[in-house]
Design a protein. Sequence first.
Length: 107
Amino acid sequence: MQVLCRSLSDSYTEGLRSLSVALKATFTLHLTTMFFQATNLQSSNVRTLRLNPATNQAMVQFINNAKTYLYENVDSEAIVDFFFGEIESAGKFVNAYCKGNQYTVVG
């Protein structure tokens, strides 16, 4: 995403001379995607579970499938609840908050 600031032009009178200042700046915003991986998963269904609370995404790899799925629009409160142990089962988390959402196969 690129943001362009408007050109600013100010004139200052200094005696008989005029000083014209024009400022122009371009900023580039880089979004970093960081997933937190749930450790010590003891699930009969989920091999790995990575969660990104900033983008509401979950990356899931199932035990019976080599593909990795990136789920969008995962409930951010559910992600926090999972990290703080209020949702103990990775499989129940995926079934309740990921499946049914838009997903992309990423691996």
